[in-house]
Write a protein that binds this ligand. Sequence first.
Ligand code: EPZ
Length: 424
Amino acid sequence: MDKVCIQGGVSLNGTVEISGAKNACMAMMAAALLTDEVCTLRNVPQLRDVAFFVQLLQSLGVSVQNPEPHTWQLQAKNITHEAAYDLVRQMRASVCIMGPLIGRLHQVIMPLPGGCVIGNRPIDLHLNGFKALGCSIDNQSGNLHVKAKHLKGNSIYLGGRFGSTVTGTANVLMAAVLTPGVTVIDCAACEPEIVDLCTLLQQMGASIEGVGSPTLTIRGTDHLKGFDYTVIGDRIEAGTFVLAGLITQGTLHIKGFQTQHLNALWHLLDNIHADISIHEAEGSVDVKPCLDRLTPFETTTLPYPGYPTDLQAQLCVLGLCIPGISLITERIYPQRFMHLPELQRLGGQTWLEGSTAILKGGTPLSGAEVMASDLRASAALYLAGLIASGTTSIHRVYHVDRGYERFDKKLQALGAHIQRMDEG
Ligand code: EPZ
């Protein structure tokens, strides 16, 4: 197991290229299960989660080629409907194979996903969607046996107490595209990753209307073609680097993503007088030193186009850099604050009131040993380490490898003093 040691106090300067979107590519790889034709996906980030997902697809019988580092070729000719527990238990996103297997084979046996440090993450909404399409669901010793004699289009409301569901929308959508009749999904997720999936499915021959809106209308078909598609840039990685540039008072050029996917972040930063230049046509943004003029903020995480929960932990670090009190309320995963006690270890003045983080900015951070707990919390600890005086050692950094391609290398290329080493 690795740790990283970061020497703080260095500003980040230069250009960083954003990788493909982690939260788009796995559902898109799962879409290959919908056809027996060759499917090519490009700009796929090199991440632990992707490597793992490839293993899962191979376990289902998908043949996989990796002709070049960010390109995968998949063909699901003869596939099984049963997913192995020892693979599924390691990654929640495995759940998005259910929809395509139901659409293609009318059945799936799927171990119920386990818990997650960021909070309770049920899949009840996914299952309600499958039932609405005609599936029966039987829990046998923790394995969900889902099957349908006849799938039939239906009207489905996918909203839950926290709003829409991203992978739930992807799952039900991928079942519906091969379901005879018309399916209307209300309260569908509008995240860019869902829009990207819809566009890919349309390239395969699926009939989907309302893309990008909370209401998707799908006319099922009996066959889908293969695809050759390029994944969008990762808006969460891009937002992470924007915040890293701001807190280290650097000059950064961040490129390779669609800037309109981060409008909620631009709105917040504009309100606190950040010096950000957005180049939508080029798909890039420039960050300039401006920390001394930023003012405290208040925000709430919401489903897209609201402020993304996946940038909540990173934003907490910015709040600790701005004198005054900033507030961040977490509405998607109310317990998603494992990073706060670790930021306190670095001297961060922060408290939790219910699901609102109170950040008292202005106290300089100082290096310490800290523990990563999940993907975005790890990114927040890297950011804090970049500005803490002295050395910050972050343990269990494998978490960050799940969602940030070559994060250490990209930060080092921008001037960060980071060393990665074996814990031993
Ligand atoms: C996706 O998770 C992302 N992961 C998450 O990113 C992201 O935080 C989340 O969407 C919200 O934007 C991937 O796309 C692989 P949800 P997902 O279903 O789809 C509740 C990261 O750091 N809910 O939209 O699993 C759920 O508990 C990861 O990159 C139900 O109650 O999230 C949560 O409170 C973390 N029942 C809320 O809805 C359900 O059946 C949103 O969950 C499904 C979800």
